[in-house]
Ligand binder design. Structure first.
Ligand SMILES: NC(=O)c1ccc[n+]([C@@H]2O[C@H](COP(=O)([O-])OP(=O)(O)OC[C@H]3O[C@@H](n4cnc5c(N)ncnc54)[C@H](OP(=O)(O)O)[C@@H]3O)[C@@H](O)[C@H]2O)c1
Length: 316
């Protein structure tokens, strides 16, 4: 087990003081780690704005949080479908109307292991479109307010970045020739993670911004991820895995992203998650990032491809 800088139990929410006056935006908070992260942040007095695709589920989970923590907690939602660029843009406009500051934008929502090639309304392969392009646009358009707030961007990646093809296949971003539920998911999470380190590089070069950017992952956590988008075999396999000690609770899976959103003086070059067996479970700390996720040429090309695909340019 890797050493964590937070002792043998790793990072836990006990380290967080009062978050009164702070505002956290989080995507995909209707279940799993996003829901748990929202609850932790709200319990510390933060204002939490969920960016969710389902209004009905949002109303339900907010009621659940209020039932557990008290009706005075400040949790609300704005409708946003990450798989629809126009919905992301509309949500950004609503955020800018309703929210004065962003202490952290937590890019948590995702789909995974989609069995067959599907497309977003904008014509992108669904996992790349939802997980990467949706968040790329969201981050770019909210960047000025995050910068003004001296806030953070937190991306929830996956150890899947180190599986699959371990690079970006620029000649077939939609996977028309070799679609594979695992490899295609892995590439989408690698794209998200590469964007974190590339953004850090760009911010450093620009030299006049105040945003910190972090990458993390939840290890292997008991959430709705596979149930929502995986096929029957994958669902059964993950269902069995959930009975083993190799899968932790969704609450523990939320710790890395909450840490990246709140912990002072965290090294941006880390990759934070559980440090136990295979980085699936265990105390939260820095798992280390492999070189292919830091490849500068691939990252630059990915950035340009993402700006082209979304039509969004970062104001850096
Ligand atoms: N669980 C794991 O073991 C594991 C492992 C590695 C990485 N991760 C990562 O952890 C993060 C959280 O996932 P989770 O495991 O907590 O899964 P989850 O329980 O399925 O939560 C995913 C969330 O994303 C939302 N979402 C999906 N598509 C969306 C869209 N088009 N627009 C807006 N929101 C959308 C879902 O909303 P709906 O409720 O409407 O579906 C849900 O709120 C993801 O980034 C995932 O890649 C998870």
């Amino acid at each position: 087990m890797a050493d964590t800088q937070f002792g043998k139990n790793g990072w836990t929410p006990d380290r967080i003081g009062s978050l009164k006056g702070k505002t956290y935006l989080i995507t995909g908070a209707t279940s799993g780690t996003g829901f748990e992260a929202s609850k932790i942040l709200a319990s510390k007095g933060a204002k939490v704005v969920m960016l969710n695709r389902s209004p009905k589920k949002s109303v339900d989970v907010i009621a659940r949080i209020k039932q557990e923590l008290g009706s005075n907690v400040d949790v609300s939602f704005i409708r946003m479908d990450l798989g629809d660029q126009s919905s992301v843009k509309a949500a950004v406009a609503e955020v800018l109307e309703k929210v004065e500051r962003i202490d952290a934008l937590m890019c948590n929502g995702a789909i995974a292991q989609v069995p067959t090639q599907q497309f977003t309304v904008d014509g992108h392969e669904s996992m790349l479109g939802v997980n990467h392009y949706g968040h790329f646009t969201l981050q770019a358009l909210l960047f000025p307010l995050i910068d003004k707030s001296k806030g953070r961007i937190v991306t929830v990646g996956s150890m899947g970045y180190d599986m699959g093809i371990k690079t970006i296949q620029f000649d077939d971003m939609n996977w028309n020739h070799n679609y594979h539920q695992n490899n295609t998911y892995s590439q989408s999470k690698l794209a998200q993670i590469m964007t974190v380190y590339e953004l850090q590089n760009r911010l450093k070069k620009a030299g006049n911004h105040h945003v910190k950017v972090y990458a993390c992952h939840p290890g292997s956590s008991s959430t709705s991820l596979i149930k929502t988008s995986g096929n029957l075999v994958t669902r059964i396999m993950f269902g069995l895995m959930k009975l083993s000690p190799m899968v932790q609770s969704a609450e523990k899976g939320a710790y890395p992203e909450v840490m990246c959103a709140t912990e002072p003086n965290l090294d941006e070059r880390g990759f934070y998650g559980p440090t136990g067996i295979a980085n699936w479970v265990g105390p939260v700390g820095d798992c280390g990032i492999k070189p292919h996720a830091l490849d500068k040429q691939v990252a630059k090309r990915l950035w340009e491809a993402s700006e082209k695909a979304t039509g969004v340019n970062w104001a850096l």
